[in-house]
Design a protein around this ligand. Sequence first.
Ligand SMILES: N[C@@H](CCC(=O)N[C@@H](CS)C(=O)NCC(=O)O)C(=O)O
Length: 204
Amino acid sequence: MIEISAFSGVPQQIRGLVRDLRVRWALEEAGLSYVARLLPLGDQKKPEYRALQPFGQVPIFQEDGLVLFESGAIVLYIGERCESLLPRETGARARAVQWVVASLNSIEPFVMNFAMLDADNPARAGAEEFLRRRLAELSESLGDKPYLDGQRFTAGDLLMSTVLCILRGTNIVSSDPRLSAYVQRCTARPGYLRALDAQMGDFH
Ligand SMILES: N[C@@H](CCC(=O)N[C@@H](CS)C(=O)NCC(=O)O)C(=O)O
């Protein structure tokens, strides 16, 4: 049985954003069942957990002795068993991986850089300006397509939409009709809704 790690409780403002959600969502898309190993906040830094995740973070994925960390790597691994996440055709598959990397390498660092700065931090305005510019480029690339690579949802959209969700408390995505509709389209998928329910249900 697949086991993933998740927190048993986190502050309200990050519920629905903790990165095990990406893995739960990918598992739902793939139709794979799993159990969540719930950690009280803080236990992720204990040596026995760090032996599995060197940075002391959730999620990890475990199956038949294989242990993986990094949500992107885990989603790609699950994608090997799910054609709707990773298409079989070589070019489409490479483009899906390209968007996974873009979401984690070209978008998420700037989202996190902004999100981690307090409102009174003088660096925040510059971080916001850069982020808005980068997201305008993403929006331009998305254009009128429903998904990043065109007509079909892939692992790239799973990662990109969860990265954009981090900005839910701001108007940075919601003020862009294309990106905002894109996030809504991705997160309306039954697999996302089941994953979100499962994460929320595990908090107590
Ligand atoms: N790049 C990692 C980031 C994982 C991450 O930031 N996890 C957060 C929860 S969303 C965490 O465990 N934070 C607790 C900590 O860093 O101590 C991934 O995508 O898996």
